[in-house]
Every structure is written in structure tokens, then in C-alpha cells.
Design a protein around this ligand. Structure first.
Ligand code: GLY
Length: 336
């Protein structure tokens, strides 16, 4: 089973944009073998990206069992990695931007297509909880930056320093060896995205991240953008993304996965097609090491799948029959 570090090594990105590295490559592309491409689970079903999804799923499952709403289950579930300083890509302890600031993105969406989102939020450990308040207590979908912080504080959230000693040390080390140029960095990030199909068959989802390490101050990725990092249509299915946000935004990734499911594709086929689209949009870049994306998707029937561009992506699945377990994603592998 692969872990997040593998992904980080395999998918190092340039945090300052990718338009600067265009030139043709001869890519040798093959579809991974040996991965299950169609799985069906009983309701309720929870799927979360990465190994930190296990702890998130466990908490969300407990919440569902207690009768909490799916949105509360998502907030509590992904709140576990958000609060865990060892998870360096989400919430407290997340790696900072190039100025040493931890800036967070999150969004949440329910079966009525109600959604809330925060981007470029600083000083609040649980952006997903703030996103839910945006959904519940404002007429808006998205709040950003200082306004999001102001709103969070007005809702009773505590402002605190999210830069841990360890993350600060890593940032200082990066400063020593890195130039502020649009070059490939040696760090990446991995969002937690969670999809829930509840026992009534209703879909909901959330995602939360500290985004790309050493990113430009003010950079926002796909994770708070409904349609990019997360999308669902309760008549069809739900999808969520991880990986290089810029690539996911360019293709409206999660919305497209859901649209393909609407047209009759399985979650696997839909995720695969969008990953291939992303690959095709970027395949002329001379260096593909900056690019990794992965999607998880579930349809109304409980069929689910994941698919990524490169190996290393995995996701946690919790259903009553199989319990909480990790599954490795199928992938389209790029060899240079
Ligand atoms: N997928 C998270 C980001 O790019 O920020």
C-alpha cells in the first residue's frame, strides 16, 4: 500500500505555475494493471483520500452512527487530520506558503446542492467547519482571506497560530536551498476529500487542505472551488479531487466526473476519462514531474472508484460490510 510520502516524492510540483515549462515530451503511457475498477458498497458509505482518510472515516462513521447529519460527520471526520500536526498538508501543521504563512482552503456540499467554502483563510484550525457556517449562515457560497477570517471569528472560531515548529523548520530549510523562481519544488501536498453516501442514499462531500507547500502568498487551489475540488449532484453522484489544484481547476475536474456519470459512465470510467483529459492538456510539458492528480467518485447506487495520473494515490473506504480500509487507486502511469 502506498503512502502519502510516496505521492509527495513522485509528484513534486512547481508551486508557482506551470506555464513556464512547456516543451514536448515522448511519454510512455500505460494503464495500471491489477486494480479493481468497479466496487459496490452498502449504504452508508464513506470514502476519503489518502491514509489520513482512515482516521477521518472512523470519526465520520461514529458521527453517522450517533445520528449526526452527513455534514456534521464530514466536519468531524476531516477535522481529525485538520487538527493533527503530523499531517502537513491539511489544517494545523500544514506546510506554509513561500512567506511562511499557513493558508487554508476548504469546501462542503450537501444533497440539496447547498454549499459553503472558504479560501486563503489564515489562523483558523478547522476551515471545513467555517465552510459549513458559510453554507448555513450566509447567503453566499464562498468567503476568502480577511473576510473569511472576520466571519470565522464572528462565528466564535478561535484565531491561533497554525505554523508548528516542525513546519517552520521545513520552511526555513526550503528557504536555504530554494530560489523564488518558477521551478519544480521537492514538496507537494495532499488534500483530504471525503464523500458520503448516507443510508437514505443522499450524497454529500467536503474537502480541506493547506494547499501546495511554498506556494505564492494568495494562491488558492481547487479544494475550495465547487466544481473543481468537489462536486456532487444528488441525482447522479459525487466526486472529489486531490493533487495539483491548477490542473483540476483548468478542467473543472470534479464537476466533469459527475457529468460523465450522468451520461452513464461508471465512477471508474468517469475518473479515468478526466485524468486522461488532464494528462492530454499537460502532455507537452517537458517535465511532468510537477503533475499529479487523483479523483474519487461514487454514484447513487454505491459504485465507487478512484483513479490517478501516477501511482501512489490511495483512499480510505468505510462501509458496513468491509469496515474501514485502504484501497490503492488505479492510475495512468507516465514514464519519461
Ligand atoms: N489540491 C489542493 C491544492 O492544489 O491546493
Amino acid at each position: 500500500m502506498s503512502n502519502r510520502r510516496d505521492f509527495i516524492k513522485k509528484a513534486a510540483i512547481g508551486a508557482i505555475g506551470i506555464g513556464h515549462v512547456l516543451s514536448p515530451i515522448n511519454a510512455n503511457v500505460k494503464i495500471s494493471k491489477g486494480f479493481v475498477t468497479a466496487k459496490k458498497a452498502n449504504k452508508p458509505l464513506i470514502i476519503s483520500t489518502w491514509n489520513h482518510g482512515l482516521a477521518a472515516n472512523k470519526e465520520a462513521w461514529e458521527q453517522l452512527k450517533k445520528g449526526s447529519s452527513s455534514l456534521d460527520a464530514i466536519v468531524s471526520g476531516v477535522g481529525i487530520p485538520e487538527a493533527d500536526p503530523k499531517v502537513r498538508s491539511v489544517g494545523y501543521g500544514g506546510l506554509p506558503d513561500k512567506e511562511g504563512k499557513v493558508t487554508l482552503d476548504a469546501c462542503i456540499m450537501d444533497h440539496n446542492s447547498d454549499c459553503g467554502s472558504v479560501s486563503f483563510l489564515q489562523g483558523i484550525k478547522h476551515p471545513i467547519a467555517v465552510a459549513k457556517k458559510v453554507l448555513e449562515n450566509t447567503p453566499h457560497v464562498m468567503l476568502s482571506g480577511k473576510g473569511a477570517l472576520q466571519f470565522a471569528v464572528s462565528e466564535g472560531f478561535k484565531e491561533e497560530n497554525l505554523l508548528t515548529l516542525e513546519s517552520r523548520k521545513r520552511w526555513e530549510k526550503w528557504l536555504e536551498n530554494s530560489k523564488y523562481q518558477p521551478v519544480i519544488n521537492s514538496e507537494n501536498h495532499d488534500t483530504i476529500s471525503m464523500l458520503v453516501l448516507d443510508k437514505e442514499g443522499n450524497l454529500s462531500g467536503g474537502c480541506t487542505t493547506s494547499g501546495a507547500a511554498w506556494k505564492m502568498h494568495g494562491r488558492v487551489g481547487d479544494s475550495p472551488i465547487i466544481g473543481a475540488g468537489l462536486f456532487l449532484d444528488n441525482d447522479v453522484g459525487a466526486a472529489a479531487a486531490t493533487g495539483l489544484g491548477e490542473a483540476v481547476i483548468r478542467t473543472a475536474g470534479s464537476a466533469m466526473v459527475v457529468e460523465l456519470m450522468r451520461q452513464g459512465k461508471t465512477p471508474f470510467e468517469a475518473c479515468k476519462e478526466i485524468v486522461e483529459r488532464i494528462y492530454n492538456k499537460h502532455k507537452n510539458h517537458k517535465d511532468m514531474s510537477f503533475l499529479q492528480v487523483g479523483f474519487i467518485a461514487v454514484n447513487k447506487k454505491g459504485d465507487y472508484a478512484g483513479y490517478s495520473l501516477k501511482p501512489g494515490f490511495n483512499y480510505a473506504v468505510y462501509d458496513s460490510e468491509n469496515g474501514n480500509h485502504m484501497e490503492d487507486s488505479a492510475f495512468k502511469m507516465v514514464k519519461k
